[in-house]
Design a protein around this ligand. Structure first.
Ligand code: CMX
Ligand code: CO
Length: 136
């Protein structure tokens, strides 16, 4: 048996319209703190990462109309957008998905937020969940 590809749940990503309001909700209600905030131009999002043990809640809001998150919120409203799983090697994890014949969005690993290397797996062949492979 080979080692599991996922080593930790890196983040649960939640699309929201009001980032500051959502941050305040999590801080005030659950006492979790923002560890990182960043505008990710490439993905057209602003994110706030709230630390929960070894994982994060990733609050996301679109920064432009053609952002994948804007498109998604138009159709589905606010809510859970994707799950990020931590992996030790993003390229190896991505190859494994491709070798198994499943659809991917990124053909090769690329930069993510907070200096990570990431690749997205397509929800179509992932039982309806958008998956992000995250290498720290
Ligand atoms: N979760 C589950 N399914 C999703 C989805 C999501 N987040 N987004 C889209 N889909 C589904 C749609 O429901 C649709 O399904 P049907 O064909 O059965 O109706 C299908 O995927 C195609 O959806 P679409 O609205 O036509 O959207 P696109 O194909 O243009 O884009 C996707 C979808 C996943 C390829 C695009 O959102 C993408 O490239 N995402 C990766 C990048 C990203 O999300 N960046 C923001 C986060 C950055 C970060 O975490 O740091
Ligand atoms: Co993410």
């Amino acid at each position: 048996m080979s080692e599991p590809v996922f080593t930790e749940i890196d983040h649960v990503a939640i699309a929201v319209r009001d980032l500051d309001g959502a941050v305040a909700y999590y801080q005030d209600t659950y006492g979790v703190e923002v560890e990182h905030r960043e505008v990710v131009e490439r993905d057209g999002v602003e994110e706030a990462l709230l630390k929960v043990a070894e994982s994060y809640v990733q609050l996301l809001t679109p920064t432009r109309d053609d952002s994948p998150v804007a498109k998604w919120m138009e159709k589905r409203g606010e809510g859970i957008h994707h799950v990020g799983y931590r992996v030790s090697d993003c390229a190896v994890a991505l190859e494994r998905v491709k070798a198994a014949g499943h659809m991917v969005i990124d053909e090769a690993p690329r930069p993510g937020s907070r200096g990570t290397t990431v690749a997205f797996v397509h929800p179509k062949t992932a039982f309806g969940t958008l998956i992000e492979l995250v290498q720290e």
